[in-house]
Design a protein around this ligand. Structure first.
Ligand code: CUA
Length: 336
């Protein structure tokens, strides 16, 4: 069973990635399109070089044995020019072309200078191993805080400030842009744009510890109207429990350890260690998009987070009995 799982898991990941548009070769916006043009240019250039080399090798290999002896020995003055041309001039010319193409590409992304004077719309802070997402506003009461799922309006550029709380992470949504690092003590800026509504999957691209591979983020591009509705809803306080079970769940959340690490707006739970859960039920997935957001996964995560994701800060909350767990999860699933 184990070897099968080892093979099928990466395959599944590739398939999933395909469904969610996680590929720099299927660009969904202007920056990614520019990068994908560069990718294709470099890929095709090196395929051509490889083909030429294989043809030369095949020609040499297919020469009759006797004729090889006719090649003048190098120390007799022959062959040096081939070393200069084939070993230096041609590779230098090709690498110079790639370098210039790369420089031209970089100049099209004014990541730091010009943009830093305008405030960003979103600030993303990397944590081991999840993404804190703050929707900024000059009016603090209009700010919104969520995690692991970024919503943006389709069809226009969105500036995002990138920061880190612990180690270096890297923001990478291949269908929308290249990689930009999140570095402790520094703000980096990225400008992304999705032309069409859709879900674009991204990933931390800088090794940041045990669960680096499970630090996934989703960019949900929506029509401007839908986006405004979504943002308006995220700004609202978490909704109140609708029945007795959910009320029990809320009490458990705020009086046991949960509220020390998580925030649910409008309640006593105001922790800032873990993701903000005020609108958890509106998100597609949990555990930094590792598991679909459903009853089974949510229950398993509360009780056995450390088995599902070894190394996470979230402890195994085994103190809840069955009824308590059901109440807690019912409350969390109510937080649209
Ligand atoms: Cu965060 Cu890798």
């Amino acid at each position: 069973m184990k070897p099968l799982a080892l093979i099928s898991l990466p395959l599944l990941a590739v398939l999933q990635a395909g469904c969610n548009q996680q590929s720099s070769l299927s660009p969904g916006g202007p920056a990614a399109r520019e990068l994908s043009r560069m990718n294709w240019f470099i890929l095709i250039l090196f395929i051509v070089i490889a083909v030429v080399m294989w043809i030369l090798i095949a020609l040499v290999a297919s020469r009759p044995r006797g004729s090889l002896r006719e090649h003048a020995p190098v120390d007799a003055g022959g062959g040096h020019e081939w070393v200069w041309i084939g070993g230096f001039a041609i590779p230098a010319a090709i690498l110079a072309v790639v370098f210039v193409v790369g420089l031209r590409g970089m100049s099209k992304f004014p990541l730091h200078d010009g943009m830093a004077h305008t405030p960003a719309e979103i600030r993303i802070t990397g944590h081991q191993w999840w993404w804190d997402v703050q929707y900024l506003n000059s009016n603090v009461s209009l700010e919104a805080n969520t995690a692991n799922e970024i919503h943006i309006p389709a069809g226009r550029a969105v500036d995002i400030d990138l920061a880190s709380n612990d180690v270096i992470h890297s923001f990478w949504v291949p269908s929308l842009h290249g990689k930009v690092d999140l570095i402790p003590g520094q703000f980096n800026r990225i400008r992304i744009q999705a032309d069409q509504p859709g879900v674009y999957r991204g990933q931390c691209a800088e090794y940041c510890g045990e669960q680096h591979a499970h630090m996934i983020l989703l960019v949900v591009a929506q029509s401007p109207d839908e986006y405004e509705r979504w943002l308006g809803h995220q700004r609202e306080l978490a909704i109140d429990p609708a029945d007795d079970q959910q009320r029990r769940g809320q009490t458990l959340f705020t009086t046991r350890a949960c509220g020390l690490c998580h925030t649910i707006s409008g309640t006593l739970a105001q922790g800032r260690v873990g993701p903000n859960l005020s609108h958890l039920a509106s998100r597609q997935a949990i555990a930094a998009n590792m598991l679909p957001n459903n009853t089974a996964n949510l229950s398993a995560w509360v009780v056995h987070a450390r088995s599902l994701k070894p190394g996470v800060v979230m402890p195994n909350m085994t103190q809840f009995d069955g009824n308590e767990l059901r109440a807690l999860v019912a409350y969390l699933q109510h937080l649209r």
